[in-house]
Design a binder for this molecule. Structure first.
Ligand SMILES: [Fe+2]
Ligand SMILES: [Fe+2]
Length: 239
């Protein structure tokens, strides 16, 4: 069922282009977080690996951006679809707004491992869904190889850095990701409810005020009015 849904989502060229441009943003954002992680770590192996990883994410951003732009240029006429459906088929989340400077090397690696694993799973599904678009499929295939490498090296390094605690850290990272997903869903629901409430307020509360203003305006005589001269005008008044 998900395969069919992904095929439907990716078949619209304009949506596909928009999604690739969104993915490019998150890849670039992830790359910047990894540069920061490389600056902060005291472990020389991790510094080198994080730097290479950051360069990979930067390259992914370029690949997605270039393919998204090509797709937009090739559009003969814009489609009516406005939905990106990123909540069903998201891109790589990277460090997902994690505060890099608040995390230890081990917790960062646990979070990265799960994020890369999820991204690799999603990108594999998109490769299968894009059977009619060889160029976009090739981009995902190329990126998928890197994501699999990121997934494996982060787990290997986590086991090296925290041999006793790596399973507990993975569970902690899983719960943290679950909490972030819950917050994302709740803020989306709050956004929809907010839009409904404001629309209702606009149509229910505003009309009576508009009516009263109209009636008050109708009572006002048109044009200039002569104001009777006042003999004793207060010196404190402006008029
Ligand atoms: Fe990536
Ligand atoms: Fe990655």
């Amino acid at each position: 069922m998900f395969a069919l849904l992904h095929r439907w989502i990716w078949q619209d060229k304009q949506r596909c282009a928009r999604k690739l441009l969104d993915f490019a943003e998150t890849e670039a954002d992830g790359g910047r977080d990894l540069v920061r992680a490389a600056e902060l770590t005291g472990d020389p192996t991790l510094r080198r690996l994080f730097t290479v990883h950051a360069m990979d994410e930067g390259r992914h951003a370029e690949l997605f951006r270039a393919r998204g732009a090509d797709l937009l240029k090739s559009l003969e006429r814009p489609s009516s679809s406005r939905l990106s459906m990123n909540w069903v088929s998201p891109g790589e989340r990277g460090l997902d707004d994690l505060r890099v400077h608040d995390e230890s090397d081990a917790s960062l690696l646990a979070f990265l491992h799960l994020s890369e694993k999820t991204a690799a799973g999603h990108f594999a599904a998109y490769v299968a869904a894009l059977e009619k678009d060889a160029a976009t499929r090739a981009v995902f295939n190329q990126i998928l190889k890197d994501e699999s490498y990121h997934m494996n090296y982060t787990l290997a390094q986590l086991t090296r850095v925290a041999p006793q605690r790596h399973k507990a850290l993975l569970w902690k990272a899983r719960l943290s990701r679950l909490w972030k997903a819950y917050l994302r869903v709740m803020s989306a629901i709050a956004g929809v409810m907010g839009a409904i409430m404001l629309t209702l307020q606009y149509f229910i509360l505003l009309p009576p005020f508009a009516l009263l203003a109209k009636r008050a305006a109708a009572k006002e005589p048109p044009g200039w009015r002569e104001i009777p001269p006042q003999q004793e005008r207060s010196l404190k008044s402006q008029f």
